[in-house]
Each structure stands twice: as structure tokens, then as C-alpha cells.
Ligand binder design. Structure first.
Ligand SMILES: Cc1ncc(COP(=O)(O)O)c(C=O)c1O
Length: 377
């Protein structure tokens, strides 16, 4: 059996272990510590736009806190991109609110501004103003942020930007994760940089970030004893995880280049197969970190997305269908949905190819020759 090629595995640089050792040497193993402060500073410096950052235990925790701080409560509605991972939508349910799913547009595979407008108008007609809009930058590709922000501003609905997959991407020169009233990042093991597990909340409103740190550490009031006036959470990042994160920030830009090189390699080598279509950046306004290289497979040539996935699996190569849209998930079967069929088509035809920044030339060649062999049969 050939060695395994993973979809997206952690890729450490040279400073991560040194930082972790330093945390051990100084006994900063407890949840908070200097690396947490340092990681937050590193992220804020990288993102720019005057943002503040709270390092948290996961991207999901960050989204949950964002919705809490926006006052999302039982019975409220929150608009959410349908084409995404369930973690974008689950925190809506944690709050007892209802997700209202909006379909994607063809160019970016992210939330369609036209359908967003339609959904807001329809919810308003039904007598309920959505409390927030969760827009996602799938696989690192920026959503059409200028139009989405304009619609949200006109209706005075705050945007929560799910940039879990998009650290290092930008739209019109502005880093993703800095557009929303609040934005979230993920440092889960498969992301472009990882802290083993972790996430962050980002905002240029410092009050949100201070409140997030307070809620994430069990909402302790200022008192020598344990005093609580709010429900709290245990959502903070540990100093050991932040030590890894600081080392990963040193190599972030390199990782973006490596992932973009994977995409270019696949695009060039698979150009001979017209049934395979790539997710191009629509124009110079869009810069994707290419967290995952994704393709659509037109099965009219006799080879389907699933044929390719199974052939890769036979060769010990991991690939995955694109996210299954939330409006098709049994757990959200009763949620309102505004769609045009785009996300369903993407799910039917889409495949994520191995995209690790640590892939070797030989591994990338193995992926491509396996895919080519599917079409040669
Ligand atoms: C789009 C999206 N949103 C949210 C999350 C949640 O992040 P985490 O796994 O850090 O909770 C992820 C990744 O896991 C994701 O891909």
C-alpha cells in the first residue's frame, strides 16, 4: 500500500516546539499566559484595520460568543450561508434561535447577495428582522463582501464573518476576518495554521473583545471571591496552544504560498481534462489562501466526483466531497431556506483534493495521475 496522502494535515515550522518548551520551562501551562497575549497581538498585527482579538478554544466557541453578544435569543432568526460546515450554523441553535439559510452564487460559492436581499425582505414581511448574518468564506475564497456589507448596512443587521477557512485571504486588499461587526477564525488541526485546536474572535470594537474574554473565562465579576452576574463559558485558549499558534504565525504567509502552489499545480496538470472545472478567483479583487483546492466534476463524460473520490481512496489518498449544504441536513430540515439550487449542484459535483502545505511534488503527482487514470479508462 502506498503511504497515506491526507486532505490537509498539520504542518509545523521551526518555532512552535521551541515556544511550547518555553511554556513548559516557565510553567505557564495554566489556561492563560504570555503566549495567549502574544498570539492575540500577532493576529491583530497581521489582520490590521485596527482589530482586537480574543484567542479562544475553537472557532465554534467564537461564533457562539459573537451571537450571545449580538443578543441572539430563543425565537430569534439568524441568516446563515447554507453551503458551509455545520459549525457555522450550530451556535444559532445553541441560542434557541432559528437559522434562515441562504444559497450561494456561482462565482465564489459563497452567500449570494441577491438571495440575501430576498431573504431579508421576506423575513421582514413575515414580521421578523434577522438578528445577524453569518457569511462564510469557503475554502478560503472571499465572499462578495462589498455587496453583502452594503445590504447588511442598509437593513442595519450586523454581519458575523466566518473566516475559519480564510486566514491570509483578502478582498479588495482588505484581509478577511476584518469586515464583520465580529469575525471568527479557526485553528483546528486541518486549517491553514493550527494550534492543535483553537479559534479566535476578531472585532474592531474593543468592547466586544473584552466582553468575549470575560464570558470565555466563566464570567467572573471583579471580586476576590467567585462572584457571577452572567452565565459564563470555558472557552479560552490555553497558553500551550497559543505557543504553537505563535510559531505558526511565523510561517503563515509561506503556508498561503504553498497552498496556492498546490492549486496552480492541479489547475495546470488537469487542464487536459475538460470535465474538471476549477474554482477561479473571479477577478483581481479576490485573493484566496486556497486552504483547500476544490474542483467540480461534470459527469457527462462518464466519470463522476464519486468515481474520482473512490479511485483516490483505493490509492490511499484522502479527498472529500464539498460541504453538504445545511438546508439538506436532517437536523435543519425545518429551517427556512432561500435558494436557487447552486449549493446542491456544488455538493453533487464538487471534490476537495489533498491540499496540505506539506505535500511533496511526488504526492501531488500521485494525486494527478490517479485522477487522469479515471478518465483514461
Ligand atoms: C466554515 C467553518 N466554520 C466554523 C468552523 C469551526 O471551527 P472549529 O473547528 O475551530 O470550532 C470550521 C472548521 O472547523 C469551518 O470550516
Amino acid at each position: 500500500m502506498n503511504p497515506k496522502i491526507w486532505l490537509s494535515s498539520p504542518h509545523m515550522g521551526t518555532n512552535e516546539f521551541k515556544n511550547v518548551k518555553e511554556a513548559f520551562d516557565t510553567n505557564w501551562i495554566a489556561p492563560l499566559g504570555p503566549h495567549v497575549d502574544g498570539f492575540e497581538r500577532d493576529l491583530a498585527d497581521f489582520l490590521g484595520e485596527g482589530v482586537h482579538v480574543a484567542a479562544l478554544s475553537s472557532g465554534t466557541a467564537a461564533l457562539h460568543l459573537a451571537l450571545i453578544m449580538l443578543g441572539v435569543k430563543a425565537g430569534d432568526e439568524v441568516i446563515c450561508q447554507s453551503m458551509t460546515f455545520s459549525a457555522s450554523a450550530n451556535p444559532i441553535a445553541y441560542q434557541g434561535a432559528t437559522p434562515v439559510f441562504v444559497d450561494s452564487e456561482d462565482r465564489t460559492w459563497n452567500m449570494s447577495p441577491d438571495l440575501l436581499e430576498l431573504a431579508i425582505q421576506d423575513r421582514l414581511r413575515n414580521g421578523k428582522k434577522p438578528k445577524a448574518i453569518i457569511v462564510v468564506h469557503l475554502y478560503g475564497m472571499p465572499a462578495e463582501m462589498d455587496r453583502i456589507m452594503a445590504i447588511a448596512d442598509r437593513h442595519e443587521i450586523p454581519v458575523v464573518e466566518d473566516a475559519a477557512e480564510a486566514l491570509g485571504s483578502f478582498f479588495k486588499g482588505q484581509k478577511l476576518g476584518t469586515f464583520g461587526a465580529m469575525s471568527i477564525l479557526s485553528f483546528n488541526g486541518n486549517k491553514i495554521i493550527t494550534t492543535s485546536g483553537g479559534g479566535a474572535l476578531v472585532s474592531n470594537n474593543e468592547a466586544y473583545i473584552k466582553q468575549a474574554r470575560f464570558l470565555a473565562t466563566q464570567a467572573r465579576d471583579a471580586a476576590p471571591h467567585y462572584q457571577h452576574s452572567h452565565i459564563g463559558y470555558n472557552y479560552r485558549m490555553s497558553n500551550v496552544c497559543a505557543a504553537i499558534g505563535r510559531g505558526q504565525m511565523d510561517v503563515l504567509l509561506e503556508r498561503v504560498q504553498q497552498r496556492r502552489a498546490n492549486y496552480s499545480f492541479y489547475q495546470e496538470t488537469l487542464a487536459v481534462i475538460p470535465a474538471i472545472q476549477f474554482s477561479e478567483e473571479p477577478n483581481g479583487d479576490y485573493y484566496s489562501n486556497r486552504w483547500l483546492s476544490t474542483v467540480l466534476v461534470d459527469d457527462s463524460q462518464g466519470v463522476s466526483r464519486e468515481d474520482i473520490r473512490l479511485a483516490l481512496e483505493q490509492e490511499n489518498i484522502e479527498s472529500r466531497p464539498l460541504w453538504k449544504p445545511m438546508h439538506l441536513q436532517p437536523v435543519f430540515a425545518n429551517a427556512p431556506y432561500y435558494g436557487n439550487g447552486t449549493s446542491e449542484r456544488l455538493f453533487d459535483q464538487g471534490l476537495c483534493l489533498p491540499s496540505g502545505s506539506n505535500m511533496t511534488d511526488e504526492e501531488r503527482e500521485r494525486v494527478v495521475s490517479c485522477i487522469k487514470a479515471c478518465f483514461a479508462r
